[in-house]
Design a binder for this molecule. Structure first.
Ligand code: 7JD
Ligand code: MG
Length: 212
């Protein structure tokens, strides 16, 4: 019994963030991860790369695979252009419940929809059930073994279109070698790697633009 790590993170956010201020939620989660318990958020160093891609793409419809506690959902939704919306898929019910409350503190409930369930089941439902035609950007940050199969599902279901930007976290650590090999060798993607050396681990984000 006792609080889960994710409940402790939510508690910290409630105590240290300013309601309705997404930046203060992001900052509180970064402080908690650095000073209390490391957590698998994309974090402040890689977060700058995510911000830069958000500013480049200015997605109206953004899909995230892997919500966790909602750190990247809040960080990205804060940067959405007017009218933009983020759909984020989370398999783990308890994570989704925490994330919904974090998003509430940030005041971003109208910009973010958490879709609970396995990505492989939800992706084929996006068009009919969630009235999504195609997405402008996808942030992959869930199980590394799902990056490649879910990318293929996004292609097969027509969820990504010419110019859609895939941005994948952790392509080095924990690593998604099959996904990397696929997008880098496929003529249908234009890839850019953003390496990140920091204190704990070396990692990289991969940007793969779908060419249709
Ligand atoms: O499982 C993960 N999902 C999404 N993002 C992750 C992430 O950014 C980092 C890690 C991670 C990295 C190093 C380590 F020693 C242990 C876990 C896992 C995930
Ligand atoms: Mg990650």
């Amino acid at each position: 019994s006792g609080m889960s790590k994710e409940e402790r993170i939510l508690d910290w956010v409630k105590q240290h963030a300013v309601v309705g201020d997404p930046q203060s939620v992001v900052d509180a989660m970064d402080v908690y991860s650095r000073q209390k318990e490391w957590s698998m958020h994309v974090g402040d160093i890689k977060g700058v790369i995510v911000d830069k891609v958000m500013e480049e793409v200015k997605p109206q419809i953004l899909l995230e695979l892997g919500t966790y506690c909602g750190y990247s959902a809040v960080r990205m939704a804060h940067l959405l252009p007017p009218g933009g919306h983020l759909f984020t898929i989370e398999f783990n019910e308890s994570f989704a419940t925490i994330a919904q409350q974090v998003i509430e503190v940030a005041g971003l409930r109208d910009k973010i929809s958490i879709l609970k369930g396995p990505s492989q089941e939800i992706i084929p439902q996006l068009k009919k059930k969630y009235e999504i035609n195609s997405v402008d950007m996808v942030f992959l940050d869930h199980w590394k073994s799902r990056y490649l199969p879910d990318t293929k599902l996004l292609e097969e279901n027509g969820i990504i279109r010419k110019g859609t930007v895939l941005l994948a976290d952790n392509v080095i650590c924990p690593g998604a070698p099959d996904f990397l090999e696929y997008v880098r060798n496929s003529k249908r993607y234009e890839c850019t790697t953003y390496p990140v050396e920091n204190i704990r681990v070396n990692d990289a984000l991969e940007k793969a633009v779908f060419l249709g």
